[in-house]
Design a binder for this molecule. Structure first.
Ligand code: CP
Ligand code: NVA
Length: 315
């Protein structure tokens, strides 16, 4: 099987992403069928940043598929002393069957992929967080399909409204919507809109699937009628020094009950977590009846198992 990486949802066809979501659902509903899907395979997990969900879900996922995962903090491996990304990729390729990496610059993932002979999975970069939005898409399909079914087509024509920083989560949601035919509105203060390069690439894709992508600086108009409202922290990992300024710049963009009341009557609330209650979302919404935040967190496990089986399995 040809070597594939999972760095960006936009690198995958609509049918492939649908297939991955459906595989994730099969694994979730029939886990025992996949206990030997990756026998004695090893995933190296490089972390330049902290993590709870990504680390635990990949490690548990590998174990449940019959394999094993290694936690490689960049502080503890030789990358932390200046060994090149290229050499690290070549060396890990001799020991492991795949690498998941959480990095600052997205170029680090591209460099890993250029030099590795094993699949590289994006566990979050400053640009993208595709494993999270795969779990999010899986969660929405579960919520919107008839009970006991999993119909990815139900996403078509639905509208996701992301309120907050035009960051890695915003970018991956835009890509996911563009690939699956789901409309995405980004609501953010001007100056915090998504990266133009990511946006233009997603628009080209959206033209094929019929997704409507929109940016708005108006938190009142932007949310109107949305089927799901999503947010994320205003200051991401690595932006701690900007946190105070961002707190001021995002005033009026908190997802609270007033904002949710402008969305559709059955609108769901999503957050990749960790959340800062009282900043980007009120505690009332985050912990309220529309919130599906822990379903999203759980689905990281199932969606990522599908990605690993597809990339690292024998076919
Ligand atoms: N959502 C997410 O990626 O969480 P962690 O930072 O805990 O991995
Ligand atoms: N945008 C956040 C997501 C954390 C899962 C960050 O990059 O810190």
């Amino acid at each position: 099987m040809a070597l594939r990486h999972f760095l960006d949802i936009a690198d995958w066809s609509t049918d492939e992403i649908r297939g991955l979501l459906e595989l994730g659902w099969q694994i979730k509903t029939r886990p025992a069928d996949f206990h030997d899907a990756l026998p004695r395979k090893t995933l190296g997990m490089i972390f330049q940043k902290r993590s709870t969900r990504t680390r635990v879900s990949f490690e548990v996922g590998m174990f449940q598929l019959g394999g094993h995962a290694l936690f490689l903090s960049s502080q503890d491996i030789q990358i932390g002393r200046g060994e090149s990304i290229a050499d690290t990729a070549r060396v890990l390729s001799r020991y492991c069957d795949g690498v998941m990496a959480r990095v600052f610059g997205h170029d680090v993932l591209e460099e890993l992929a250029r030099h590795a002979t094993i699949p590289i999975i994006n566990g979050l970069s400053d640009r993208l967080h595709p494993c999270q939005t795969m779990a999010d898409a899986m969660t929405l399909v579960e919520k919107w399909s008839l009970p006991g079914t999993f119909d990815v087509g139900c996403l078509r024509g639905k509208t996701i409204c992301y309120v907050g920083d035009g960051n890695n989560m915003a970018h991956s949601l835009v890509n996911t919507g563009a690939v699956l035919g789901m409309n995405v509105t980004i609501v953010a203060p001007r100056g915090y809109w998504p990266d133009l390069g990511v946006w233009q690439k997603a628009e080209a894709r959206a033209a094929q699937t019929g997704a409507i992508l929109r940016c708005s600086a108006d938190p009142i108009e932007g949310v109107r009628g949305a089927d799901v409202v999503v947010t994320d922290v205003w200051a991401s990992m690595g932006q701690e020094e900007e946190a105070a300024q961002r707190l001021r710049d995002f005033a009026g963009f908190t997802v609270d009950e007033a904002m949710m009341s402008r969305a559709g009557p059955d609108a769901l609330f999503m957050h990749c977590l960790p959340a800062h209650r009282g900043e980007e979302v009120s505690a009332e919404v985050c912990d309220g009846p529309r919130s599906v935040i822990f379903d999203e967190a759980e689905n990281r496990l199932h969606a990522q198992k599908a990605i690993m089986v597809r990339l690292m399995g024998e076919g």
